[in-house]
Design a protein around this ligand. Structure first.
Ligand SMILES: [Zn+2]
Length: 202
């Protein structure tokens, strides 16, 4: 089972092939410059690649005794829209009972579904990419207020600058990516080379 988890290189090949990972000279809305750009939904537009990625991530949870012993009474939760296809794929692979997804509303992260305290099974929080970890940390707080607990957390890609744990649980990922970000053009090596810029969204 374990060798069916795709390697980091295989996952990066998939992300490049689908356009979800690009190299170049990018400027983000917050003014930061970077030589690489992830737009993960581009990998999830194809059923086959979406399945390989989500099933691969699910296997990292399946081997965890604490998680596998609680299946199927588990909820898979996405902090935002980007993680929804990951959450559906992981839920399907694990035959977990519940799925929820959150959204930002008036600056607060809230579940899209109306949920009463006590209704949410022990949770696995999944996302397509973990850049800073803020989204999953806010989702952890949300889960606590609903009287449930987080038993797993993971993403297809985790930036190594992000936390590697969420509360009590390790954050699992298929790729650990050492992201290069420059606070401004002054520090950016591509700006020094006068490489053409591309403005991108998160
Ligand atoms: Zn630059």
């Amino acid at each position: 089972m374990v060798d069916l988890i795709p390697s980091s290189d295989t996952v990066m090949e998939i992300l490049k092939r689908t356009g979800a990972f690009r190299e170049g000279h990018f400027v983000y809305p917050n003014g930061k410059h970077s030589p690489h750009y992830f737009q993960m939904p581009l990998a999830f537009r194809y059923y086959d690649t979406a399945r390989v990625l989500a099933v691969g991530l699910s296997r990292k949870f399946r081997v965890d005794r604490d998680i596998s012993s609680q299946l199927p009474k588990v909820a898979v939760i996405s902090p935002s829209s980007g993680g929804i296809p990951v959450a559906f794929g992981v839920r399907d692979a694990l035959s977990a009972e519940q799925i929820y997804w959150a959204e930002q509303e008036g600056g607060n992260r809230m579940f899209r579904q109306y949920v009463n305290k006590g209704e949410v099974n022990p949770c696995i929080i999944v996302d397509d990419i973990i850049r800073s970890g803020h989204a999953i940390e806010e989702t952890l707080e949300l889960v606590k207020t609903l009287g449930s607990k987080v038993i797993g957390c993971g993403a297809i890609v985790r930036f190594t600058s992000a936390p590697d744990r969420l509360g009590d649980v390790p954050i699992r990922s298929l790729v650990e990516f050492d992201a290069h970000m420059y606070d401004s053009g002054d520090a950016c090596s591509d700006c020094k080379k006068e490489a053409p810029l591309e403005h991108v969204r998160f």
